[in-house]
Each structure stands twice: as C-alpha cells, then as structure tokens.
Design a protein around this ligand. Structure first.
Ligand code: MSS
Length: 366
C-alpha cells in the first residue's frame, strides 16, 4: 500500500488511524471507524474544503466574528456574541458530501473518489435561522432562496465568482436551518467551519456553508460558479448548466459498517451485521439487510437513541454467517415511503450516490 499522507496542520488533531487523507482538503472516515455509537466523534469526522480554510487566527476571538444578514425587514451585521444572546438550540444532522459514494461510479468522475466515509452524524448548537429572522422583523417580501456566503480570503487576480463558496437553497430550508458555533459539544473547529457555520438539515454537505460571513434571502441563486454550474446533476455526456437540478436534498441511504469492514477474514457462526441509515429529508422507518447481495432480505432492529429526523439511525441484525463469499447489503425506507435506490443515478460529477448495490460489502467467511 502507498504510504499514508499526513494530516494537514488545520486538521492535525484528527485521529489518523480512523481516516484516509486523500489531500490536504479531503479527509475521509474509514468504513471500519464508524463504531457503534450514533454520533461521529469529531476526531473521526470527514473534512472537505473547496478552498483552503481561513487563517487559524479567526478563532482567536470567536465572538467577534461578524455575519451580515440581508433580505429581512431590518438587515444587520451581528457578531457571534450578539447571536449567542438571541437564542440557542441543539440539533443532530447527517453531514454528507454531495460526492460521497463517487468512488463507486465506473466512469471515474473527477473529484475525490469517496466511498462511504464523506459523511457523519453530528450535533450542532447555535441559533435557529427562524429565530434570527423573526428578531430582524421577518423576511422582506417573498424571497425564493436562502444564500450563504463563505468567509475564505480569495486569492487575488482571479475572478472571485469562480472561487467563492456561496450556495443558495430553496427558502423553505430556513425552517430547520441553524447558524452553529458548536459541534459535538465543543466550540466549532476551523476544519468544520468555525467560528460560525450554516447548517441546512437534509441538504448535502456543500450547502452547509462554513465560516459564514453573509446570509441573504434572495430572489436569484448565487452567481458563483459553485452554484451556477458546480454541484449540478449533469446527465452523462452533457455540460453542467444552471438548468440542471442543483445538488440539494439528500436521499434515503444506508450502508453496513460491520462486520468485515476492517479487511479481516470472518469466522463462520454468529455475527451482528451493523450499519447506519438515514432518510435525508424524512425520518427512517425501517432498514432491511441481505447477506446474499439483495436476493433475500430481513428486517434489522433500529438501535440507539433517536436524535430526530435529520440524524442517522444505527441498525443491527444478528445472523448466522455461513462459510463462503457473501455480499452484505442494506436498504432503508423513510417515513414518507421512499426506499433507498438499487442503482445509482449516473451523472458526470458523480453526485448523490445512494445505491444500495454499490454500497454492498464483500466478505470472505471461513
Ligand atoms: N464552506 C466553505 N466556506 N468552504 C468550503 O470549501 N465545502 C463544502 C461545505 N461547506 C466548503 C463549505 C463541502 S463540498 C462539504 S462536503 C462540507 O463543507 C464539508 O464539511 P466538513 O465539516 O465535513 O469539512 Mo461536498 O458536498
């Protein structure tokens, strides 16, 4: 195996044994590292930055970080300190990169070939966007989008719109959205967007803008490339364009995390198949597991605490594992009746791979 790449300085505190460092801006959680608790420990959570993060000094005085809010009746620039005096809530969400599962697309799309580990389930604390908007007199008019702008310093001499991390999501997403300053009970790290980050529950990673400097309620989508042509579900053979669906809501998805994910050969006999499952926009209703690649299915039990519809659920199914080669797969159904898809939706950049078939785990039992 090639030598493991070192963790970048801003993420040096991550648990090196639990992650795969693809590059300084793309770090994946190992499938075998998810463990049996519902929350993904911060030290194991994946990292994805489209641009290098801001200087660590932005965390020197967290409460002094400012955010501009526009598209409300009383537009204001507020500090994190101001926000902390207005409200606080805690929410668990699945944070999942739009490209998680890209590594299973046969056409090898450009971008990180993530398998299952560009995802985690984490707790956020901060102020709900609804509370903040009410405080600022409500929305001005009937804006179509909520647009968040990242606070990275852009390199000079290049068109800022080609680099700016600015994402628009449908306005309704504000109902459950949050401006978070804590993750997993700790002040938000630089790697995950500190001092302040927008959380848009149910939406893919890119819509959860880190280092947020501006929150705008707008009639148009952002002019930034990352919105206009980036993160589009572009059919094979086509060019990315704004008329294709934007990568927004997540879909029902699950995968197996044990046994056999650490590459060890398995012994025939009693075993507990475990994994994680989420609905994206709806709560998990049930999870089925197959040890014959999807020919026959058995319902697994949902275990552990239910942290709400945007969190993932752990599932477990005790089975008798016969000797031989098996493919373990799982399939989730949400409370709205949507079932995890069997096959991926082919698209140029390899986004939103929710295929249960692709996420199967081949094991060798002796
Ligand atoms: N934000 C900002 N500001 N910047 C950047 O770069 N990225 C994205 C998000 N946000 C960014 C942001 C992405 S793309 C993702 S995934 C996410 O983030 C991640 O997160 P973490 O914390 O994990 O790192 Mo794909 O869809």
């Amino acid at each position: 195996a090639p030598a493991a790449k070192p963790l970048p300085a801003y993420a040096a505190w991550k648990d090196a044994d639990s992650v795969i460092v693809h590059s300084a801006n793309t770090i994946e959680t190992k499938r075998s590292a998810f463990g049996d608790g519902v929350i993904t420990p911060s030290r194991q959570l994946y990292v994805r930055n489209n641009l290098p993060p801001p200087a660590a000094s932005v965390l020197d005085d967290r409460d002094a970080w400012t955010i501009e809010i526009v598209g409300v009746e009383q537009p204001r620039t507020l500090t994190v300190g101001d926000l902390k005096a207005l409200g606080v809530e805690t929410l668990a969400t699945v944070l999942q990169c739009s490209g998680n599962g890209r590594g299973f697309f046969p056409h090898k799309p450009s971008g990180t070939p993530w398998e299952v580990g560009a995802a985690g389930c984490v707790m956020w604390s901060g102020i709900s966007v609804r509370t903040l908007v009410e405080y600022l007199g409500g929305l001005k008019g009937k804006p179509v989008y909520m647009t968040g702008t990242g606070g990275e310093v852009l390199p000079e001499g290049l068109d800022p719109m080609s680099l700016l991390v600015e994402r628009s999501v449908p306005r309704e997403a504000m109902q459950d959205a949050m401006l978070a300053w804590e993750m997993n009970n700790e002040p938000l790290s630089l790697a995950h967007g500190g001092p302040l980050r927008l959380i848009v529950p149910g939406y893919t990673g890119v819509n959860n803008v880190k280092y947020i400097k501006r929150l705008a309620f707008t009639d148009e989508q952002s002019r930034a490339k990352i919105q206009q042509t980036g993160y589009r579900l572009t059919p094979m053979g086509a060019k990315s364009s704004p008329d294709q669906p934007s990568v927004w809501a997540m879909e029902p998805k699950s995968w197996i995390t044990a046994p056999g994910t650490d590459g060890q050969a398995l012994k025939a006999g009693r075993a507990v198949v475990r994994g994680v499952a989420f609905g994206g926009m709806h709560a998990v209703k049930r999870v089925e597991v197959s040890i014959d690649g999807g020919k026959t299915w058995k319902e697994a039990s949902l275990i552990g605490p239910d942290l709400g519809k945007y969190a993932w659920r752990q599932f477990a199914l005790p089975i008798d594992l016969p000797a031989g080669q098996h493919t373990l797969v799982s399939r989730v159904e949400d409370t709205a009746g949507n079932v995890q898809v069997e096959k991926r939706f082919e698209n140029v950049r390899g986004y939103i791979n929710s295929s249960w078939q692709d996420h199967g785990l081949a094991v060798n039992v002796s």
